[in-house]
Design a binder for this molecule. Structure first.
Ligand code: SAH
Length: 231
């Protein structure tokens, strides 16, 4: 079973959205589990302080290495083979490929930063894998952890009823997905593209492929270039 442990100052944010819908039902069935650990429980002073001012000066606060290390060691004792991840805007951008790898593994231990971030020494000492969900700054790692886990959980065996729908999705073939249509046949004067109602499956596949390529070239020249290079 995929086991996620999230280290956070806001355990109340979990499972959050992951307690509903596909992920929530999968959790109820026992297809995956999530434990949120309060980092503050590992503080040593009476105020339960987890952060301090940055060495060298400057704005904000930094999460302390010693307290984080204690939390990590508790959540992920020796012998735990799950990857240890730090949500971080400086991390490697999350990809569907990494999501797939994680879904195939035993779970993940995920550290959520707050304030200006975490002391570099705990990243180095605990060999944390830094992962970013995009080139923007969140106020904390929690929403990023929810995003990562959502992407992973939907790939776990049995979670997404229709297994097939995974393969055609955006990114899986290095392409964005083709557009979708459903009833009504006409909406505000706009018809469904004729080919889709033709019943000709060969033609439909070709049309979808061409639309996917067109969209990818237009919107994500970076993806398109990477895809061509791989061949
Ligand atoms: N001072 C940092 C930003 C800190 S934001 C910098 O400029 O790099 C506070 C926390 O939010 C981070 O420690 C991280 O855990 C989380 N976070 C913010 N943006 C993120 C992103 N794009 N991806 C993943 N985590 C992010």
């Amino acid at each position: 079973m995929f086991r996620a442990t999230v280290l956070t100052l806001y355990p109340e944010m979990f499972p959050g959205a992951l307690g509903l819908s596909l992920a929530g039902r999968a959790m109820e069935r026992g297809d995956w589990a999530l434990e949120a650990v309060q980092i503050r429980d590992f503080a040593t002073d009476k105020h339960r302080t987890v952060d301090d001012t940055p060495a060298g000066g400057g704005a904000g606060m930094v999460m302390r290495a010693d307290i984080l290390a204690k939390a990590i060691d508790h959540a992920s004792p020796e012998g735990d083979v799950r990857p240890r991840i730090l949500m971080s805007p400086r991390g490697k951008p999350l990809t569907q490929e990494r999501v797939r790898e994680l879904a195939a593994g035993p779970g993940a231990v995920i550290l959520c930063g707050r304030f200006e971030g975490v002391d570099q020494r705990v990243i180095d000492a605990r060999e944390l894998e830094e992962i970013s969900i995009g080139d923007f700054i969140l106020s904390g790692g929690e929403p990023a952890a929810l995003v990562l886990l959502d992407a992973v959980v939907r790939l776990l065996p049995g979670v997404m009823g229709n297994e097939e729908s995974g393969d055609e999705e955006s990114f899986e073939g290095g392409l964005l997905e083709h557009p979708h249509y459903t009833r009504p046949q006409e909406f505000e004067g706009r018809a469904i593209p004729e080919v889709l109602t033709s019943g000709n499956h060969g033609k439909i596949t070709k049309w979808r492929r061409a639309e996917a390529e067109k969209l990818t070239i237009e919107r994500r020249p970076d993806l398109w270039a990477g895809r061509v290079e791989k061949k």
